[in-house]
Design a binder for this molecule. Structure first.
Ligand SMILES: O=P(O)(O)OC[C@H]1O[C@](O)(COP(=O)(O)O)[C@@H](O)[C@@H]1O
Ligand SMILES: [Mg+2]
Ligand SMILES: [Mg+2]
Length: 336
């Protein structure tokens, strides 16, 4: 497909090549696109519409919710619940799964999402995003939380919207990764980044260095070797970036390569926490996108998409990006 194609056209074209497709999937993706446009509009208007600051609430993980976390979550529900394409929703900002209200028909897909990722960046006007993933409903019964506990390899589609200097939507349905830019004048996402691929090699890494004393040994070894630069075993200098918005971080990696790490550390394991990022709303969808773009995504020793989820809000360590670097880090874990 060529530059200038609208996302609506693009999704319809992709669906045409799926045998037996009924149009439900296309319609659901279009509803998600609408939700992202609504969130983008709120994020862009920021303080003008009183959207900055915290809400008086916490999510299930004890994090204070931002007003925009709550608002974005509502927008996602509002745009997707009515159409008859979704069986149930699960979000980082809702304790339990969201049942489709009785007045609406129930559909055959499950939708998981992080309505606003990187939300600590809202008040300082730095990029934030939305992450989503689509799974199939297993049977005809009303979906329950357990139905969401599917390995990442089962995902039908995943994507993110990035609310940066321009708003972009990046999507995979398992046939590569494509990026679209929102043309605010016509209110449409236009294909601007066809077939996004991650360079296999890189000299750029991203990690929150304030946690370094808690890192597991293989990660410490990797970062130490990067920092040693030309004089170290890697024999080249590395650059470092940390935005604290996973969406922006993954987008940079899709654009020019790199490695992103939120690894396991002793502070989290002491609290019985499996990692920082959430498997169903962040790690799985991003892993699907990264792998479809030719990159790798692991917990350390294991491929993230092969994990069998144990609970809705489960957290996992995440190391993703340029394939050769991710393989190297995985090697350090097996050697450990
Ligand atoms: O504040 P830290 O430790 O740097 O963590 C930043 C990470 O946390 C996140 O913001 C978590 O996502 P939420 O903002 O959706 O909770 C990631 O986007 C980011 O990579
Ligand atoms: Mg997040
Ligand atoms: Mg969030």
């Amino acid at each position: 497909m060529h530059h200038g194609t609208t996302i609506t056209q693009f999704i319809a074209e992709e669906q045409r090549h799926i045998p037996g497709a009924t149009g439900d999937f296309t319609a659901l993706l279009n509803d998600i696109v609408t939700a992202c446009k609504m969130i983008s509009n709120q994020v862009n208007h920021g303080a003008l519409v009183g959207a900055l600051g915290s809400a008086d609430s916490e999510n299930i993980q004890g994090e204070t919710q931002k007003k925009l976390d709550v608002l974005s979550n509502q927008m996602f529900i509002q745009c997707t619940e009515w159409s008859g394409h979704v069986g149930a929703l699960a979000s980082e900002e809702m304790d339990d799964i969201y049942d489709i209200p009785a007045e609406y028909p129930r559909g055959k897909y499950l939708l998981t999402f992080d309505p606003l990722d990187g939300s600590s960046n809202i008040d300082v006007n730095v990029s934030v995003g939305t992450i989503f993933s689509i799974l199939r409903v297993a049977g005809n019964e009303k979906p329950i939380a357990n139905d969401f506990l599917q390995a990442g390899t089962q995902q039908v589609a995943a994507g993110y919207a990035l609310y940066g200097p321009s708003t972009m939507l990046v999507l995979t349905t398992g046939q590569g990764v494509n990026g679209f830019t929102l043309d605010q004048n016509i209110g449409e996402f236009i294909l601007t980044h066809p077939n996004m691929t991650i360079p296999a090699d890189t000299a750029e890494f991203a990690i929150n260095a304030s946690n370094s004393r808690f890192w597991e040994a293989p990660v410490k070894r990797y970062v130490d070797e990067c920092l040693a630069g030309k004089e170290g075993p890697r024999e080249k200098d590395f650059n470092m970036r940390w935005i604290a918005s996973m969406v922006a971080e993954v987008h940079r990696i899709l654009t020019r390569g790199g490695v992103f790490m939120y690894p396991m550390d002793s502070k989290m394991s002491a609290k019985g926490q499996g990692g920082k990022l959430r498997l169903l709303y962040e790690a799985n969808p991003m892993s699907f996108i990264v792998e479809q773009a030719g990159g790798g995504s692991i917990t350390g020793a294991q491929r993230i998409m092969e994990l069998q989820p144990e609970s809705l809000h489960q957290r996992v360590p995440v190391i993703l990006g340029s394939r050769n670097e991710v393989e190297r880090i995985q090697g350090y874990h097996s050697a450990d």
